[in-house]
Design a protein around this ligand. Structure first.
Ligand code: ADP
Length: 185
């Protein structure tokens, strides 16, 4: 029996699972929107799991740093777990900065049923919000390699959904995401 995730992912899909991948700067609104989407999907009795980048960094990826290699490996692990869940019929909401286009594309290519949500807010808005105090720490010289500040972010070129959270309400963004996701369930 093959243990290749690529083969198994496509072989055993029951057609309901999918990966919804929220990418964007820290503070853009990924966690806020994905949690609200989760609530809506659960209300429709759909099977949902959330893989939040911050939680994964404290557990599955706690050995990894924030170099390009560390970030790529973190995303590869998240993609792997998301693929396992999704092929078992779960809608997986991934909320992770995932700054590199190639890493996101690799997961899209592997899994196929992949909805990319670009949670887009200008850096100055994210800095103003600073929900985790990361931008403040970076300004004080206490944090290096913060995406958007002194580390790159490669925005999606043609995401299925773009949420401009400086101009849209959380409800607007949730409606957009659901419009893309619900027809696939
Ligand atoms: P991320 O997960 O991308 O780091 P969070 O969701 O943790 O971002 O934080 C985003 C912050 O911005 C929250 O405090 C949220 O309440 C706020 N916010 C304000 N307007 C919006 C919006 N339209 N969409 C999403 N978040 C918003």
């Amino acid at each position: 029996m093959s243990t290749d995730i690529d083969a198994r992912a496509t072989d055993t899909l029951d057609g309901t699972g999918l990966i919804v991948w929220f990418t964007g700067l820290s503070g853009a609104g990924k966690t806020t929107i994905s949690e609200a989407v989760r609530t809506e999907l659960l209300a429709r009795h759909l099977r949902v799991e959330v893989l939040d980048g911050d939680a994964v960094r404290k557990d599955l990826s706690k050995d990894l740093g924030f170099t390009r290699a560390g970030r790529d490996e973190n995303i590869r692990r998240i993609g792997y777990v998301a693929g396992l869940l999704a092929r078992n019929g779960v809608i997986v909401l991934v909320s992770a900065i995932s700054p590199y286009r190639a890493g996101r594309e690799e997961i899209r290519q592997r899994f196929g049923r992949f909805v990319e949500v670009f949670v887009n807010a200008p850096l100055d808005v994210c800095v103003e919000r600073d929900p985790k105090g990361l931008y403040k720490k970076a300004r004080a010289g206490l944090l290096m390699n913060l995406t958007g500040v002194d580390d790159p972010y490669e925005p999606p070129i043609s995401p299925e959904v773009e949420c401009c959270t400086d101009r849209e309400s959380v409800e607007d963004s949730v409606t957009k995401v659901l419009s893309a996701v619900l027809p696939l369930t």
